[in-house]
Structure formats: structure tokens, C-alpha cells
Design a protein around this ligand. Structure first.
Ligand code: HAM
Length: 426
């Protein structure tokens, strides 16, 4: 016999799981509508170059599902959506008005060690705004994240948004004397800081930063944007000045709104993907039950320029639906969904074989009135029919015999409380 379980790290979505997913998706669709986002989709297979030296080495070299197709092309199952989005937007960037506010909920694939909330095949919500490089777009992205959490009634004390600015970190490190070529490795290391023993982190850090280690440690221990200000070297540096100005514009805007309640400045948040250049953020469960980020995102300035002569900045985030639904379930804010028919559905029971054709007509009339209906495929004693209806998850049943055929009226019985209502078939 063949194995009936899915591949390691992949999950079968049974009908009850799809109801859960569709519930989450419908709420997200509403947030998207309220923020004027339009839905898009992209192919699940992309050329490996789309990710190589843009996403992260880890995604391409260690976590990719890679294969060569029959035409000899090196293809990858998409591990994330942002490069596909950049590729798509670049096709229309010159003729359509900006910004592009797009969202999607694609399946993505990463060959990771499966663990709580992390799989090898997962649905990932993506919201991205391309073509608006202002701090207002940065702020609105955080507002969108909070709206997604609010729409599920996630209590404010159960999560925090950790934010940082990759560009600022980069400029401070460069001004301190770090070579530009070491920055990628430094950010990868900082991204792993909480996943490796502190001594290992420190020895890797001093290997990378040499004389700058103390300064980088001071930067990583900053608790507020103003702590960072005190670490900024006093020197003429236009790029650094511009970045600081923009970052403090953002923190002031954030500080003047309610969104500040759930945000914390976190210099250790640098994100594992190489394309981020500005604001970066992650959402964490403050109860500690879900050890990994629920949402992650940031600003990327240079992705579109890989595909177009027009250089346009984007900002967005990704959120794993599976990890998020575990979070919602743990908080008891997720309704329960049962397998089986709709709660309004009626199970139609023919008394005898000669009533069956009429039962199908009756079912069709109910459906025309938006009431789901199904005709029992067997002639059985009524008690057995009711038991079958209950086991299948129907709340309503209607028995149709010669009397009902003549009158054109049926009695719909509520199987939970025994109540009955007459209904004319129209
Ligand atoms: P990411 O941090 O790699 O960012 O993923 C974002 C979110 O996707 C994570 O916080 C997590 O909820 C979910 N996720 C990632 N890997 C898995 C997995 N193996 N199983 C289940 N869930 C997972 C990105 O992918 C960026 N492209 C996000 C983005 C959009 N940045 C800008 N726009």
C-alpha cells in the first residue's frame, strides 16, 4: 500500500482546515479593502536567479526546493513572494500610477526543519506598497499590521512590533569603520543572535567586527532611538544625516499615534533577507509561546531595479497563516469550524422510491432560495435517516412523501431542538 500521509513538513488541508483558512482570508480581504490594496498572484515556479543574491544565501543554498525542468531551466519553488512581486510590478511600472498597493496569500516552500508553526509548505500573507518612499508609507504599513491583528480581536498585550532601521544600522557601522563587504554577514549573524549561544555569538561577532566589536555591541544594546543618536559618530556624512533624519521623522510620527503602544525599538531586529534597506520590523507573541516571528517585513529600495531602469522603493510584510492561526487558537479568538455541510443546510429524506425525483426538485427550489440542500441517496427507515443526517453534521432535515408532493409544502425539522417549520416550495 502507498503511504497516505503528506511529505514531511507539508500538510493536508481537510475541509475543516479550509474553513479556518477561508475565515482568516475573508477577514484579511476586508483589511485589504479598507487600506485600498488589490489582490494579485504569481507562478509558484520561478528561475533560481530571482532569489540568488537578493533574498538570502540560506533560502537559496539550504532551504530551496530546486529542480531542472525538461527544458533545462533551473527553477525553484517560491520560498517567498517579494521577488515575484518586484518582477511583476516592473512590467507595468512605467505606465501605471504609483503606488502599487498589492496583497496576496500564496503558498510558499522552504526546506526547513518542521517545528511549531513552521512548515516546508505554508501559506504566507503578503502586503506590499511599491512606489511610495515616504515615512507615511512606512507608518501605514505598521498600521496595516495592527489592523490585521485587531480584526481578529488579538488583545494588545499579547503582541509587540519590534522595529529598527537597516539603513541606519548600516550607515553607523560604516561610519565606525566596518568594511562594507562585512555588513551582509554581520546582519545575518545578528538575525541569528537569539538562536545561538551568547558565547558563540560574541566570538563570531569579534571575528567579523574586530576593533569595532564594542561599538556594535553598544548599538545592539540601544533601547530607544535616542540611545542610537548618542552612538552616531560626529562627522560630515550626508547619507548618514539623511537616514537619521528620515528615521527620526518616522519615530516622531509613530510616537504621536496609538500604534506606538505596541511598538518597541529593537536594534537586534535586522531581518534575514538581504534586500531590506530601511525600516524593518517583526511581530512577536509577548507570551513567548510562539518562539518565532509572526510577521516580518521592511523597506526594500533596490529590488525593482533588477528588472527595470526605473528605481522604485517598496515596503511590505509577510505573515505565516499557519503560525498565525495557532496564535489565534491559543488566544481563544478563533471560532471553531466543523467539517460537513453549512449550518443552514437541509437533509432531504424521501419516504419511498417514488418520492425521490420530487425530492431533487424540492432541493433545487431550496437552493434557488439560497438554502443549501442534499437529497438522501438511500431509502431507509426514518430513524436511520435522522441518525445519518446528524452524523453528517446537518442541523435540518425534511421528510418528503406523497402528502408533501401533493401539497408542495415541506416540514423542516431542526435536529438539535426538535422544532419544526412549514415551508412552501417556490
Ligand atoms: P520572512 O520573515 O521570511 O519574510 O517571512 C515572513 C513570515 O512568513 C514569517 O514571520 C512567518 O510568519 C512566515 N513564515 C516564514 N517561513 C515560514 C515557514 N517555513 N513556515 C510557516 N511560516 C513561515 C518574507 O518572506 C518577506 N518576503 C516578507 C516581505 C514582504 N517583506 C516585504 N514584503
Amino acid at each position: 500500500m502507498l503511504m497516505n500521509k503528506p511529505q514531511k513538513g507539508m500538510i493536508d488541508d481537510f475541509p475543516g482546515d479550509m474553513k479556518k483558512y477561508n475565515f482568516i482570508k475573508s477577514k484579511i480581504d476586508e483589511v485589504a479593502r479598507l487600506f485600498s490594496y488589490a489582490e494579485y498572484d504569481a507562478p509558484v515556479l520561478e528561475p533560481v536567479e530571482l532569489y540568488a543574491s537578493k533574498s538570502s544565501d540560506e533560502l537559496v543554498k539550504e532551504q530551496s526546493y530546486l529542480f531542472t525542468d525538461r527544458g533545462g531551466r533551473n527553477l525553484m519553488l517560491r520560498p517567498e513572494m517579494t521577488p515575484s512581486l518586484a518582477r511583476m510590478v516592473s512590467q507595468i511600472i512605467k505606465e501605471k500610477p504609483k503606488p502599487f498597493k498589492w496583497y496576496a496569500c500564496p503558498k510558499c516552500y522552504r526546506y526547513e526543519r518542521p517545528q511549531k508553526g513552521r512548515l516546508r509548505e505554508f501559506r504566507q500573507l503578503n502586503f506590499d506598497c511599491i512606489g511610495d518612499s515616504t515615512v507615511y508609507a512606512d507608518f501605514e504599513m505598521l498600521q496595516t499590521v495592527i489592523s490585521v491583528l485587531n480584526t481578529f480581536k488579538v488583545p494588545r498585550h499579547t503582541y509587540e512590533i519590534r522595529y529598527n532601521h537597516r539603513g541606519l544600522m548600516q550607515e553607523i557601522c560604516l561610519a565606525a569603520g566596518m568594511p562594507a563587504t562585512a555588513l551582509g554577514a554581520l546582519f545575518q549573524l545578528v538575525d541569528k543572535k537569539n538562536k545561538i549561544p551568547p558565547d558563540d555569538f560574541q566570538s563570531a561577532l569579534s571575528g567579523l567586527c574586530g576593533n569595532n566589536t564594542a561599538q556594535i555591541n553598544a548599538l545592539l544594546s540601544a533601547r530607544s532611538p535616542s540611545d542610537v543618536r548618542s552612538l552616531i559618530p560626529n562627522q560630515q556624512n550626508t547619507r548618514l544625516d539623511e537616514t537619521i533624519k528620515k528615521f527620526f521623522e518616522f519615530t516622531e510620527l509613530l510616537g504621536s499615534t496609538e500604534c506606538a503602544q505596541n511598538t518597541v525599538f529593537s536594534p537586534e531586529t535586522v531581518r534575514g533577507l538581504d534586500y531590506y534597506t530601511g525600516l524593518v520590523f517583526e511581530v512577536y507573541d509577548t507570551r513567548g509561546s510562539i518562539g518565532r516571528a509572526l510577521f516580518g517585513g521592511g523597506r526594500y529600495d533596490n529590488l525593482i531595479s533588477h528588472f527595470s531602469s526605473e528605481s522604485v522603493s517598496g515596503i511590505g510584510f509577510g505573515m505565516g497563516i499557519y503560525i498565525f492561526s495557532i496564535f489565534l487558537e491559543e488566544l481563544n479568538v478563533m471560532p471553531s469550524f466543523k467539517d460537513g455541510p453549512d449550518t443552514e443546510a437541509v437533509f432531504i429524506i424521501p419516504v419511498a422510491i417514488q418520492n425521490t425525483a420530487f425530492c431533487f426538485t424540492a432541493a433545487e427550489k431550496l437552493r434557488k432560495n439560497a438554502i443549501p440542500a442534499e437529497v438522501s441517496a438511500q431509502i431507509l427507515p426514518l430513524k436511520k435517516q435522522f441518525t445519518k443526517a446528524t452524523q453528517r453534521g446537518f442541523t435540518y432535515a425534511a421528510v418528503i412523501g406523497d402528502t408533501e408532493m401533493q401539497s408542495g409544502q415541506i416540514k423542516i425539522k431542526n435536529l438539535t431542538d426538535g422544532s419544526e417549520v412549514m415551508r412552501k416550495l417556490t
